[in-house]
Design a protein around this ligand. Structure first.
Ligand SMILES: Nc1ncnc2c1ncn2[C@@H]1O[C@H](COP(=O)(O)OP(=O)(O)O)[C@@H](O)[C@H]1O
Ligand SMILES: [Mg+2]
Length: 630
């Protein structure tokens, strides 16, 4: 038997090192920058904005594959610089490393025009401001000839990928490519409300967003809100709240981080993250830090996999963010990502926290419904009624119906009196005038033991009483946990219950966590646990049920690293058990107490699971239901 020798590995013949031809270098670079027509659109619109354009018009054929023409009214390119603009690494935007590190323009790499020119037929016509003539440069031949046009630049890109057929095969249908092109312009448009945009496809106007001149608006948020409405529709504007947040100064005296824009209310969340726009110093970015920070601000008010909608603008010292990490500049790197994470999270969290009923009521009282002229000489009127509505809100609400403690919602005996039958004593009945200025109105009835019906200035308010109360208890528990510890109250007689070995083990392993949460649960016998103390605010609840669900959650979140998160969830569980159950009859006073608490509790528009706690049905909507006034 002969030995079989291993087959020798074929060694390729050595080839000498050579510099690649310019054309090929550009084509390789183009592969990074230009993936599809939309990438060309992004680069050309970037350039138009850098040139100071106020109006940008796109004309497309076949989804941009046959033609992309971008016309602007910016500063233009002088004739002698036109051929240089097409060279690789040629730019007017930076000169040295220092300028790179604090770059304020969209472009700076000087490679887009060269890259596009290597994979398509390109022509640039331009007239520089202050010059009397315009010139057209043919990208292929390099020929320059005079043309007639006003100040500005038009770049025409024809037959994209004609020289790289393999690339062309990756393109989708014209409709899909067009959609990507529109999306690229939309991202720019949402950053620049002061610039007008128009998109034509196959001779038809597809989108048009008019410029909102800066003089027309007192601040950025108003201008952006208007543009958001134009680009994304009324729904985005109506279902979002304004954000304006400035982080505190850095220790080294450096510039603070500003985060502004609009964030959708939880109700507006979608199945897909297709309406999340994030900008850093005016540049659209896809950034994990910002996405994560924004999502985490919704953790408490949005359930499951729902995706919030938002347009967020982060403004940060340019030297603290590196934009040169990706050829398309869609990714950035922050010097201190925690700084940005914290700012975005706080910005969104603050904007979402304020109960929206109050804001809505203020808006109506100040605009549409003029308050009656104050008449301070009228006798026997409570002080509140003699004041203008807005001032009264601060007086009346706290004085007449302030429920300083949630215990007020827990009648000593289960209330069985039906609301409608018992005439409410006069002193505690809110005057109708007062009801008008309470954002959530005056309670009028309870429906099926589940909903509270109330009347306010706009019409009918329907409140899911369990969901609303759950949030109120939860928010209170959270503050207590931050402030110190949840105050705990020992039970006079410990409540014992039959427990599983796992429950006993969990109780023993987590004595400290339970104590932090105001609970004391100790083994009574090998198969019995005793609840010896519960949070003060939950003394009236079912101790066994509370202990069981807290232990069940603690068993899942045993790792001490997730304790903070577990605590929030545990608090949620506790809140659920502490909140008024369905089918409890509430008195009018109790119902009003709940409404007043909702008006002043953060995040009270959603329960802990992200469901809405109340809905407004306006008189207009009711009229429509009954076809009144037609
Ligand atoms: N629409 C335009 N208006 C005025 N100048 C332009 C325009 N497009 C390109 N340029 C000029 O051509 C140069 C090269 O453009 P580009 O290849 O996109 O690189 P960059 O934008 O990174 O500088 C720019 O620096 C700019 O001076
Ligand atoms: Mg550019």
């Amino acid at each position: 038997m002969s030995t079989v020798l291993p087959h020798p590995i074929a060694r390729p013949p050595r080839r000498s090192i050579r510099e690649l031809p310019d054309e090929l270098i550009s084509q390789i670079a183009a592969g990074e920058v230009v993936e599809r027509p939309a990438s060309v659109v992004r680069e050309l619109v970037d350039n138009a904005l850098d040139a100071g354009a106020t109006q940008i018009t796109l004309r497309l054929l076949a989804g941009g594959v046959r033609l992309i023409a971008v016309e602007d009214d910016g500063g233009g390119i002088p004739m002698e610089e036109l051929p240089i603009a097409l060279k690789r690494h040629a730019t007017s935007k930076i000169r040295d490393l220092q300028e790179l590190e604090s770059v304020g323009t969209m472009g700076f790499r000087g490679e887009a025009l060269a890259a596009i020119n290597s994979i398509a037929d390109m022509a640039i016509s331009s007239r520089a401001s202050g010059q009397s003539s315009a010139f057209l440069l043919d990208g292929r031949s390099g020929e320059l000839k005079p043309v007639a046009r006003s100040t500005g630049t038009t770049v025409e890109v024809k037959e994209l990928f004609f020289s790289t057929p393999a690339r062309r095969k990756f393109l989708k249908t014209d409709a899909t490519e067009l959609a990507h092109c529109v999306e690229a312009v939309r991202r720019h448009a949402l950053a620049r409300p002061d610039v007008g945009f128009a998109i034509w496809h196959e001779g038809k106007l597809v989108e048009q967003w008019r410029a909102c001149p800066p003089t027309q608006f007192t601040n950025n948020i108003d201008a952006i809100s208007e543009r958001l409405r134009d680009v994304l529709g009324d729904d985005f504007k109506d279902k979002s709240v304004a954000v304006d947040y400035l982080s505190s100064m850095r220790d080294d005296g450096g510039q603070a981080v500003r985060v502004w824009g609009r964030v959708g209310i939880p109700d507006a969340a979608r199945a897909r993250p297709d309406q999340q726009f994030a900008y850093v110093n005016g540049r659209f970015v896809r950034d994990k830090v910002i996405t994560h920070a924004a999502r985490s601000a919704y953790e408490d008010v949005l359930h499951g996999q729902r995706q919030p909608i938002y347009a967020l603008y982060v403004e940060i010292d340019p030297t603290r963010v590196d934009v040169n990490v990706h050829p398309t500049k869609i990714e950035v790197r922050f010097r201190d990502s925690r700084e940005v994470h914290q700012a975005v999270r706080r910005a969104v969290d603050t904007a979402l926290a304020a109960p929206r009923a109050a804001a809505a009521a203020l808006a109506t009282t100040s605009s549409s419904a003029p308050s009656p002229a104050p008449d301070i000489f009228k006798p026997n009127l409570p002080l509140a009624q003699t004041l203008p509505a807005q001032a009264a809100m601060h007086f009346v609400a706290p004085v007449a119906h302030r429920v300083s403690d949630m215990e007020a919602l827990w009648p000593v005996q289960p209330a069985v009196t039906a609301v409608s039958t018992a005439p409410t004593p006069a002193p505690t009945t809110p005057a109708p005038a007062a009801a008008e200025i309470w954002p959530l109105g005056r309670a009028i009835a309870q429906l099926q033991g589940i909903y509270i019906l109330a009347e306010n200035a706009q019409g009918l308010v329907i409140v899911d009483m369990h969901a609303a109360h759950e949030r109120i208890v939860y928010e209170r528990l959270k503050t207590q946990l931050v402030d110190a510890r949840i105050t705990s109250q020992p039970l006079l007689i410990p409540v014992t219950f039959a427990a599983t070995p796992q429950e006993v083990a969990t109780a023993e392993a987590h004595t400290d966590t339970l104590a932090t949460l105001g609970l004391e649960i100790t083994p009574f016998s090998p198969k019995t646990l005793a609840v010896r103390a519960v949070p003060t605010s939950l003394v009236q609840g079912n101790a066994t049920e509370l202990a069981r669900s807290v232990l069940a959650e603690l068993a899942q979140h045993e790792a001490s690293t997730v304790i903070q998160r577990a605590q929030n969830e545990l608090l949620g569980t506790m809140a659920c058990h502490g909140a008024v159950r369905a089918n409890r009859r509430l008195t009018t006073d109790e119902m009003n107490g709940l409404l007043r608490q909702m008006e002043t509790t953060d995040r009270s528009d959603q329960c802990n699971h992200g469901r809405p706690t109340w809905r407004q049905i306006s008189i207009k909507e009711l009229d429509a239901l009954f076809m009144r006034g037609r």
